[in-house]
Design a protein around this ligand. Structure first.
Ligand code: AMP
Length: 597
């Protein structure tokens, strides 16, 4: 097949016919980005023309951009809640989409403390698979020889529930891993995992992780890449190895599987591949028992060429720790996606994390861009701002992503802020700047300022009987520990020095804060163990005044100074930590169940 691909012509030919096809598809789609966008919008509006939503806005079957833009409002999740509620409660009429809603995807973004429910339709799985199928052909251009080994990827399913109307509600990756698209994927020599489906699909997170780690150790020589979806997940796997290597190496030595692994299909699989291998056990034990774990990934999996994890956005905070454990292996960020829609991929995946740009694939949805002004607070309903089309964004400018999807989201604000870095053919490439309104994040949790404020208010009620109040606070996502945890700095004002709150009371304040935080946070604490216990650090009186003095000395205006509700600038952290008088950790897990409250 003749391929006229700037990607492959710059980097050498595709390694196989399948890659050639994928690269050709990328070139075709990005070269005709505007006409692909036109087709996508027409398809979405044509098939859904009779839906309640489009009828309400009197689109009358129009499929052109102008009419669409003039009649449909730009919306957020909150605007769609009545429709989502009806679908969740069993209304099967064509409310948003002419195709039946097959399930809800539970986003890590929350609304009123609970995960957002994103409606999806069956064929979206094909679109997700399509995007996944483009990743290795691009990677193969940069890293040769990946067909000679395997990928050690830590992939997990999470719990799922049903809505009152009987639809499944689960995270998008759980939906994907449980689909036939993933489970019965054809053999692809460039994309072989060390983890079997039995381990990935095991609902018990300990057993799943244990089996995936064991498989990775057993095949250590074959591992050419190590990954997880997010950086935090890969670090959790390293922590797991730190805690469990004695048992893992015993299993390898004896060929007998840890009795804690009780899942029948997992046991059956592991029993087949686990044979006594004292030499391997000794090697792993020797490496793991050293005090210094620097470069442990490269020491155990010596043939690893890169780590495949997302380290853009909030995950950038993990880059130094990943560098430490990997001995500086390249970090590849391959794709940009969400529960609402998979957006695009990184065409230069071996670039430095700070230079990662994602190319939005014009076939995935209809994309619009809301020019982002960091100083404005929303926009008036009667004069909506002008949104820009995919091919019309300008290099250097920031935008908020707005999508119209096949599953029935129309002009929906995703909440991500992106900066245009360039173009691949006529498709723009974006640097992920940040998610709007996120103050604290350790894993997939996203805590905003209002949630933090409410949590502090709720917790500080426990101080009333001590005549004590919280006069100022700020926060910090401490990722030096694995898992990371939230640190909240409190300056207290006590009116009665003979009756100060005790350590026990302050611990209860930590727990009260955790109880107030959203369900994604609490799931991370309880079910995923991806977030450690929340910590309150009480600082000396006057600390926040010093913080203000410091900010003013660096040019902040005294009139406009506001206490930052989250800090991560080293001199400020040092200022705060130097003034800590006591520190307290949450003594228990907060309440969490898969069911919505
Ligand atoms: P969810 O809806 O829970 O699947 O989360 C999707 C969100 O995760 C996106 O809207 C982004 O804010 C974030 N995200 C996904 N992929 C990336 C990426 N490659 N880099 C930075 N942030 C990402």
């Amino acid at each position: 097949m003749a391929v006229d691909s700037p990607l492959s012509s710059q980097l050498g030919p595709p390694v196989c016919e399948r890659d050639a096809k994928a690269l050709h598809f990328i070139e075709e789609t990005t070269s005709h980005a505007d006409s692909v966008q036109d087709r996508v919008l027409t398809e979405i509006l044509t098939r859904n023309s009779q839906t309640e939503y489009l009828t309400r806005f009197k689109l009358n079957g129009a499929t052109d951009r102008e009419t669409f833009k003039s009649k449909l409002p730009i919306i957020t999740y909150e605007d769609l809640q009545p429709e989502i509620h009806r679908i969740a409660n069993g209304d099967r009429s064509a409310i948003l989409s002419a195709h039946p809603i097959s399930e809800f995807l539970t986003s890590s973004g929350t609304s009123a403390g609970e995960r957002k429910l994103m409606p999806t339709i069956k064929e979206e799985l094909d679109r997700r698979r399509l995007l996944y199928s483009l990743l290795m052909p691009v990677m193969n251009l940069y890293v040769p020889g990946l067909e000679r080994g395997k990928g050690l990827y830590f992939l997990f399913v999470k719990s799922e529930t049903r809505t009152p109307g009987g639809l499944l509600a689960r995270p998008v990756l759980t939906s994907y891993y449980k689909s036939d698209h993933f489970k019965t994927r054809p053999y692809d020599p460039y994309n072989v995992y060390t983890s079997p489906n039995e381990a990935i699909l095991c609902p018990d997170s300990f057993q799943s992780m244990y089996a995936q780690m064991l498989c990775g150790l057993l095949q250590r020589q074959q591992v050419l890449r190590v990954g997880a979806v997010f950086a935090s997940g890969l670090l959790r796997a390293i922590r797991f190895l730190q805690l469990n290597w004695p048992q893992l190496t015993q299993d390898i030595e004896t060929g007998a599987l840890n009795p804690k692994l009780t899942d029948p299909s997992l046991r059956e699989y592991m029993d087949k591949i686990l044979k006594p291998n004292p030499e391997l056990a000794e090697y792993v034990r020797h490496e793991c028992s050293k005090d210094n774990w620097e470069g442990i990934i490269a020491r155990i999996w010596q043939n690893t060429k890169y780590l495949d994890v997302i380290v853009t956005g909030a995950m950038a905070q993990y880059i130094p720790t990943l560098d430490y454990y990997s001995g500086g292996l390249p970090l590849a960020c391959t794709m940009y996606a969400s529960s609402e829609c998979y957006f695009g991929l990184n065409l230069n995946p071996m670039c430095k994390p700070s230079q990662v740009s994602y190319t939005i694939m014009p076939n995935m949805a209809y994309f619009e861009f809301l020019p982002h002004d960091p100083n404005s607070f929303g926009f008036p309903r009667d004069s909506p701002p002008k949104l820009v089309d995919l091919v019309d964004v300008e290099v250097g400018k920031e935008y908020e992503l707005v999508i119209t999807t096949y599953a029935g989201l129309y002009r929906y604000r995703v909440g991500d802020i992106l900066r245009v870095t360039g173009f691949h053919n006529s498709a723009p490439q974006f640097h992920f700047v940040r998610r709007k309104n996120v103050l604290l994040s350790i894993d997939s949790d996203k805590t905003d300022e209002a949630e933090l404020q409410k949590a502090v208010e709720n917790a500080s009620r426990l101080l009333r009987e001590f005549n004590t109040s919280v006069v100022e606070y700020t926060s910090y996502a401490d990722t030096r520990t694995i898992p990371g945890h939230y640190v909240i700095y409190w300056e207290l004002l006590g009116k009665d020095s003979t009756n100060s709150p005790t350590d026990e009371v302050l611990k209860q304040c930590c727990l009260a804060m955790e109880e107030s935080l959203n369900s994604v946070y609490r799931q991370g604490r309880v079910a995923d163990n991806s977030i450690g216990p929340l910590e309150i650090r009480v600082v000396k009186n006057g600390t926040f005044e010093e913080l203000m003095d410091y900010a003013i000395s660096r040019g902040a205006s005294i009139n406009q100074y506001k206490v930052p509700r989250c800090v991560n600038f080293t001199p400020i952290m040092e200022l705060l930590d130097y003034r800590v008088v006591s520190s307290h950790f949450s003594p228990a897990s907060p309440h969490w169940t898969p069911e919505r409250r």
